[in-house]
Ligand binder design. Sequence first.
Ligand code: CA2
Length: 149
Amino acid sequence: MDRQILVLNGPNLNLLGTREPDVYGAATLDEIVHDLRVVAADRGAEIKAVQSNVEGELVDALHDARTWADGVVFNPGAYTHTSIALRDAISAVGLPVVETHLSNVHAREEFRHRSMLSAVCVGVVCGFGPTSYRMALDGLLDHLDRDVG
Ligand code: CA2
């Protein structure tokens, strides 16, 4: 059966392509997800995409993923830097999660340098715009291939 991947996006990422193109690029979230579906199909994987501006809904999406997903590509937005609830949810579900960012958070404000989530993720990709998502998906699928052996 095809691998099932959750592509999860946090607060404000629904605005992609409409504002701050200098920081976050011109692509909309729908375009990014469409591109990921093409890449995923090529590798025998299927994507379900969820975006929420609500921290608890992101926790719920991670809990739900435990019942159907093999792994998660996750851009937690600003919750990256604050959310112990999301960190606990990632640990609790035990799915491989790749923390993914459009921008290079380490080249930005000091408060973006710290992630509450990186330590419980299998990997982190940042700084490549929409390509970050593709790299995260590729890395996740490679990780899953290795896991199965
Ligand atoms: O670089 C990333 O992907 C971030 O996760 C984006 C978050 C930011 O808080 C993180 O530090 C890094 C912000 C997402 C805001 O998205 C917007 C999209 C269009 C217009 C305005 C904001």
